[in-house]
Unconditional design. Sequence first.
Length: 291
Amino acid sequence: MKATSSAGTLQKFLARAVHHIRGCALMLLCAQIGCANAQIFSVDTASTSPLTGLWWNANESGWGASITQQSDKLFVAMYVYDVAGNATWYTVFCAVNGTLCTGDLLKNKGGVTPTAPWNGSSISSARVGTMTLQFASNDAATMSYTLDGLINAKQITRFVFGPPPPVVPGLAGTWFGAIIETRNNCTQSQNNGGRATYGQYDIGIGAGSSGAISISLAGVTGLQCTYSGNFTSNGARINANGNVSCSDGKRGTWKSTNIAITAKSMTLELDVKLDTTETCNVAAILGGVRQ
């Protein structure tokens, strides 16, 4: 997907990208420093806080956790119960490393009722174990912990109690923009590195919470690629995966790591694995503005 267009075409591409592709600077930075190189899910610690929110186990309503993310740091507050059934707070502070975040598990007690004058002198925190959070996506994780010498694990998901209006239908249509790639582990080493192609996207996606998705790219270089597959949505986020086929003979599989849509722009972050005429791991970002 390497661009071979003329200088004039390239200048037009750059001008349009600067003025119309929202978040283009972040996409270029990611392509240069490899912030999305891993071919597995990795927590975004660059500029957003995708993990912030309320989390729970839907089969165990009555307890939960609040996760606050700032850059690569997480603060987790668990509201649970002790062996006697008394409400208890535990907290964890940890640094994200890929999909993992591990820290000391602290039990907090003391303080005063909110109807009395504040006196923080009685507050205490004691280490009672450790906790590791392993994120499978921005909406699902495994919480493994040692508490007072006992080992346990819980599956948790984001607690969505008031999702925004569905964004899935807004992705369908024709978009103009670029695909920016970082390739690594290619069998032909000259294909490693960054590249970009300007073009038009035609995206078709089913209505509702799941269905088929198709992304057709027509590049200015003549390259044509089709990303076909399936998507699921919880009303707030979209996840998708499938197969990719290009006119230059390249084939493989793809999955989304992040999809952002507004009324005028879209950004799709994909992990692509080429496996036919060329074997490569590709971190791709598709960005565009609506026609």
